[in-house]
Design a protein around this ligand. Structure first.
Ligand SMILES: *[C@@H]1O[C@H](CO)[C@@H](O)[C@H](O)[C@H]1NC(C)=O
Length: 356
């Protein structure tokens, strides 16, 4: 339904026809052929207005971090492997093998997070928020023992692809004050949507340049969207090349040969970032909301071992709000609440025990 509504809005707005690039960029899918139609209604718009955070998204992280003592925050510390379901004997061995922390006494913690620098962090619970892209690439080596088969299958079935933005800053606007977006419509795009463009024609996937408003905040800035394989190709080009190609496109589509090259260019590179490997998830053909639930299910599944050793959060684990920031935030709160409830329960059990 969302697709049909968008289709009508877009076609009436442009008075032309369906623009598949726009939809596939929104879904962060290489092409609409990969997005599951039967599961399309699963995604839900959260009520309320869209907000731009004036200080940028980093503010959200700062607010979340403000009550956490800095000594317990370890940044720039890549994780090599998460050992879970460990007995105290296992933990001893893992800590012994690590380069550092020889004198750290193994506690009976069931989880041991082995970092790239060799340090092992012992924990009762770990909430993993690695992106679906990282899990797809690395889950086989990231978890020991490996993930249960159904969780590994959910990771494999769900989709994630890259949507990038290209920001172009101009000294002066070449667009009129009432213009809020410059949309590109290529004549033969309908045939090309089902397959990737030839390598050197990656720029044909750019669907539009939006004008960022107000100029008092952004200057004279355009924000372009590109997704899929073509976004990865864009990431591999240098700034100079991308700026030149975008200027040429703007000249061609507006008919204004006097458009100057942008003063500055800034691009995202979510696809080639080894800690992200994609922008956000989508429900790929053959997957469903049940796979999202499976991905979110804490380990171990079996109830008689130590509970909630490895929990999963992040946008891809939210059944209704996947692909969004609020989905990511809510999924983290949900997993934190699971832990709070676990301890509230055991605390109550302790205090009501007789003879204590
Ligand atoms: C976790 O440990 C328990 C008890 O040692 C064992 O029975 C179970 O098979 C282990 N699970 C996995 C996934 O390794």
């Amino acid at each position: 339904i969302k697709m049909l509504v968008d289709l009508c809005i877009i076609s009436s707005f442009l008075n032309i026809f369906f623009v598949p690039q726009v939809e596939s960029c929104e879904s962060s899918s290489p092409s609409m052929d990969e997005v599951s139609l039967s599961e399309f209604g699963e995604w839900t718009e959260i009520p309320g207005a869209h907000h731009v955070i004036p200080a940028g998204f980093i503010k959200v992280v700062e607010i979340l971090a403000q009550d956490i003592p800095s000594r317990v925050l370890h940044l720039s510390k890549p994780v090599r492997r998460i050992h879970w379901n460990c007995s105290s004997h296992d933990t001893e061995e893992i800590v012994d093998q690590a380069d550092h922390n020889q004198d750290q006494r193994p506690s009976p913690s069931p989880v041991c997070v082995e970092c790239e620098d060799g340090e092992c962090l012992l924990a009762d619970h770990v909430i993993v928020t690695a992106s679906l892209g990282v899990l797809k690439k690395a889950h086989e080596t990231l978890f020991s023992p490996g993930l249960p088969l159904d969780k590994a299958q959910a990771i494999q079935k769900l989709g994630i692809s890259t949507t990038d933005k290209i920001f172009l800053e101009f000294a002066e606007p070449f667009w009129s004050p009432e213009c809020n977006s410059i949309q590109f419509v290529w004549e033969d795009e309908a045939q090309l949507d089902s397959q990737a463009y030839p390598e050197e024609l990656w720029y044909r996937k750019i669907c539009s340049f939006d004008v960022l408003y107000p100029p008092e905040r952004y200057g004279h800035m355009l924000s372009g969207w590109i997704c899929g394989e073509e976004a990865l190709r864009m990431e591999r080009c240098d700034d100079e090349t991308v700026a030149e190609i975008c200027t040429e496109l703007l000249r061609q589509f507006t008919g204004n040969q006097n458009i100057p090259k942008p003063r500055r260019i800034l691009r995202s590179s979510w696809g080639s970032n080894p800690y992200i490997r994609g922008s956000y998830s989508f429900t790929r053909v053959g997957s469903s909301g049940r796979d999202v639930e499976k991905l979110a299910e804490p380990l171990p599944y079996i109830k008689n071992t130590k509970p909630l050793q490895v929990l999963f959060a992040g946008e891809a684990t939210h059944r209704k709000y996947y692909s969004t920031t609020h989905g990511a935030l809510l999924s983290g709160q949900k997993e934190a609440n699971r832990l709070i409830e676990l301890y509230q329960y055991s605390f109550r059990a302790e205090t009501t025990k007789p003879n204590i």
